[in-house]
Design a protein around this ligand. Sequence first.
Ligand SMILES: [Zn+2]
Length: 181
Amino acid sequence: MRGIYLDGIVLDEYADMDPRVWSEIIRPALADRIGWAVFIGTPRGRNNFFELWRRAQADPTWFAMMLKASETGLIAASELALARTDLTEEEYAEVKAGEERAMLMKQEADSLAHELAELKRYEREEAAQEIVRAQRRAAGECEVCGTRLNLARRFAHRPRCKAHRLSVGFLEGASNPDRLV
Ligand SMILES: [Zn+2]
């Protein structure tokens, strides 16, 4: 898994994982793409998952949520009631705790995914515009508007018509026209 790049990852049953998988492999792999991570698992005492749970609760950039079996309906109420009669108080508490599904998510996940999508959309637009500009340059047209250029202008560093000659330094047609190149 080393050397990979990730946009996002879901780590299920994180309690069973070596915490170094996150710190040494996954975290760096997410950094390049500002990726997100979701940790899901069943609490099993004070382990690495518990540590993460505590950290996520204290850190406002993380989102932490616990889904209890008794509240989510993952286990039918009748089953829980049945377990209640069959088991001692202690055993029942253990079963119930074991069935609680804790879910931790980075709070940035949503906004980061959105930012990433925006960035990709912008990059796609940019790439598409660059292709159009290259095609226009090859055809001897103004790279901004496609107006056919005379020979002198055609071989300029940035082949542009008279109207667009002065707009060098701006991204024409980009979503933010004030953005400097
Ligand atoms: Zn033009």
